[in-house]
Design a protein around this ligand. Structure first.
Ligand code: FMN
Length: 196
């Protein structure tokens, strides 16, 4: 079945290594699959407020950039978080986007959890160091978030680079990119962790 990929670019600089690696992986998508690219810094979200245990549980439907990101998210069968490694985890724009999931989960009538179930979450990240295991917190954030929402888990494509363009020298990452989206996602049962 054809897949509709949404690539959410989470770097805070243009033309970074994470985007380059994600685009190399996307070049291998089979004919019929579609790819949409959104740069999160182009769609700044309002400050997130946790209203879950206040009188204001009737959250308003998202508007503006939040609505754009929500609609794009719901349109995708496959969601790719392309985040550079920032302090061992996802970048600020990605974390902010994920925080808004908590609001969308509570927005009346949205049925965010039910509508997201069965889609697949993937990750792409580039880090400056050579020890890829330092990205374990990022991998855990994405994998656990996928399980929490009942999403399939495609895994994380990892690379190492510092200067923009340097990812081309990470030949192992470039080789992994060629087959990354051909992998079979894990179908996890909804997780027991309850962050929201
Ligand atoms: C705020 C910030 C935090 C970072 N934290 C880490 C880190 O924890 N570990 C690491 O290896 N590299 C870290 N880096 C380096 C970036 O992951 C690296 O430069 C990467 O190539 C940036 O991806 P980009 O080119 O897609 O923006 C950090 C960079 C920034 C700007």
């Amino acid at each position: 079945m054809a897949r509709n990929f949404l690539f959410l670019l989470g770097s805070t600089r243009a033309g970074g290594n994470t985007e380059t690696l994600a685009r190399q992986a996307a070049e291998q998508l089979p004919a019929g699959d579609t790819a949409r690219w959104l740069t999160l810094t182009d769609f700044e979200l309002p400050a997130f407020r946790d209203l879950s245990h206040t009188d204001q549980r009737d959250l308003a439907a998202p508007t503006g950039n939040a609505a754009t990101l929500l609609d794009a998210t719901l349109d995708a069968t496959d969601l790719v978080i392309a985040s550079p490694l920032y302090w061992y985890s996802v970048s600020t724009p990605v974390k902010h986007y994920l925080d808004h999931w908590a609001g969308w989960l509570r927005t009346p009538g949205l049925d965010f959890r039910q509508r997201m179930a069965g889609r697949t979450l993937w990750g792409v990240t580039v880090l400056a160091g050579s020890d890829l295991s330092t990205a374990d917190p990022l991998v855990g954030t994405l994998r656990n978030s996928a399980a929490y929402l009942g999403l399939g888990w495609g895994g994380v494509l990892l690379g190492s680079a510092v200067q923009p363009g340097e990812i081309a020298q990470d030949t192992e990452a470039v080789a992994r990119a060629k087959t990354f989206f051909g992998g079979t996602p894990l179908r996890a049962a909804p997780g027991s962790a309850t962050p929201a």
